[in-house]
Design a protein around this ligand. Structure first.
Ligand SMILES: [Zn+2]
Length: 479
């Protein structure tokens, strides 16, 4: 897993976030970014094993909610793409075309999003109300010819490990209930897996697909003060059903269109956790997504190897019994070198065992996140399970605090600009009018109004037109 001959690579300081991010991903063995195709990266085994802990969890949660995994081909027939003209208009240039055959014919488009591959099939599957609901998901890659600067796991030409849930229902109410279940799943990922705060906004209706009811989007606050869209759940209403002819005959023999929901996210989950918690020494992984939660470091002295390794064996047994994922680093290199290698990978706990520890029946635990050191009695190793939960809670508390402190309520344009330029998220009252939204969102370069609060309280004056307003709009710089 670790190259024996690797030298200590210096990771740049996190204050230069862009550079730090690339360095940290490479040094930890998440990705190899040298593949010579812009916006496409090689996932290394360690990186993939972290991603797999998220994928396994969504497989489990979707299954519990009756959402079944399906597979749709990567090449989408052009005629499926053309069903939704306005969508295709945008993807004609952003979509990759697949060419094959002696005449170099275009065979189809490389899946830019799921809808054109999935909804024509939904249309074939839906005849009567008995065929509904359809609840499926696919974990899949999508391709877009991004012209903006690409960034691993954040903006790519090949978007990897992306889940898409698509559901179709016979009633509006059932679709709305489904949406609520999806939001619960998203919330679970943030708080219970990633130790990140839930930051969900309502999208303004003009940013949603024409005819749809609305959308919720999740955001992450990145260390450079920009916000990153990180998952969405869309109430499509009957808009897509009308486009793709997803309809059924009701018991009166009349045709009705289905009500649809779609929800998706992927590797940005991981990008947000890495960005939030990492430090100048590399990654710091939340324990529940860490493929290795603890590393045992035997401290070897000549002639005392036997008793140390006997102790290590007992500890391994104990950790396995508790279901803790661990590795033992028995390489004959300096402890300092070992510490570096596991720190950079962000392993939550390090357990040192030397001959003196064996004599005093103790071991030394170092917590990667808080940097605390704890001496634990060898017969109290059970405490480690609770310790991992505590680390998770501490991480969640710290990320929540940072987000909370970064949202600044402003009531003047001057204060808004001051807040956003000092890497904060500004929150202002807004009357609901698109013209005001656009004006407020463009007060500075790179600013974006990225949605409204889902729990606005009280009323104030619209920052632009001064009318009494009940909605709170968020503005920040965005990815
Ligand atoms: Zn206004």
């Amino acid at each position: 897993m670790i190259k024996q001959d690797s030298t200590y690579e210096k990771i740049s300081s996190k204050s230069d976030f862009s550079k730090w991010y690339n360095d940290a991903l490479s040094a930890a063995g998440i990705l190899d970014q040298r593949y010579e195709m812009k916006g496409m990266i090689v996932w290394l085994p360690y990186g993939l094993s972290i991603m797999k802990s998220l994928i396994n969890k969504w497989d489990e949660l979707f299954s519990k909610n009756g959402i079944k995994e399906a597979y749709f081909p990567q090449i989408v027939p052009i005629k499926y793409c053309e069903i939704n003209e306005s969508w295709w208009e945008g993807f004609k240039t952003e979509g990759y075309k697949v060419i094959a055959g002696s005449e170099g014919e275009i065979q189809g488009a490389l899946r830019p999003t799921g809808e054109p591959a999935i909804y024509p099939m939904f249309s074939m599957w839906t005849r009567s109300a008995n065929d509904l609901p359809i609840k499926i998901y696919q974990t899949v890659n999508s391709f877009r010819y991004e012209t903006k600067q690409t960034r691993p796991l954040i903006r790519a030409r090949e978007i990897t490990h992306w889940f898409e849930i698509h559901t179709a229902h016979s009633t509006k109410q059932e679709a709305e209930n489904e949406l609520k279940a999806h939001l619960k799943i998203m919330d679970y990922f943030y708080e219970e897996m990633l130790a990140l705060p839930i930051f969900m906004v309502n999208k303004p209706i003009w940013d949603c697909f024409p005819g749809s009811v609305g959308a919720f989007e999740y955001y992450s606050l990145m260390p450079d003060g920009k916000v990153m869209e990180n998952g969405s759940a869309n109430n499509l209403g009957q808009a897509y059903a009308k486009k793709f002819e997803i309809k059924y005959k009701n018991d009166k023999g009349l045709e009705e269109y289905a009500w649809m929901i779609c929800t998706g996210n992927g590797a940005r989950f991981l990008a947000a956790a890495i960005s939030e918690f990492g430090d100048d020494k590399g990654l710091i992984l939340p324990p529940r997504i860490a493929p290795i939660q603890a590393t045992i470091i035997p401290i070897i002295f000549k002639g005392k190897e036997k008793k140390v390794f006997e102790q290590v064996k007992k500890m391994q047994k104990e950790l396995s019994k508790m279901g803790i994922k661990y590795e033992t680093d028995s390489r004959s290199i300096s402890p300092g070198r070992k510490y570096y290698d596991w720190e950079v990978k962000g392993i939550p706990l390090r357990i040192d065992v030397g001959p003196k520890d064996v004599d005093s029946k103790k071991c030394l635990i170092t917590i990667r996140f808080s940097k605390e050191k704890l001496s634990i009695k060898l017969n109290e190793l059970k405490k480690i399970k609770g310790l991992l939960d505590k680390i998770h809670e501490d991480m969640l508390k710290s990320s929540r605090k940072r987000l909370h402190e970064s949202i600044i309520f402003t009531s003047s344009k001057k204060d808004l600009i001051k807040a956003v330029d000092s890497k904060k998220i500004a929150k202002v009252y807004w009357c609901g009018n698109k013209d005001c939204y656009d004006k407020i969102s463009s007060l500075g370069e790179g600013y974006e109004g990225f949605g409204t609060s889902t729990d606005s309280k009280g009323a104030g004056k619209c920052l632009n037109c001064q009318k009494t307003s009940y909605e709170e709009l968020f503005i920040a710089k965005s990815y």
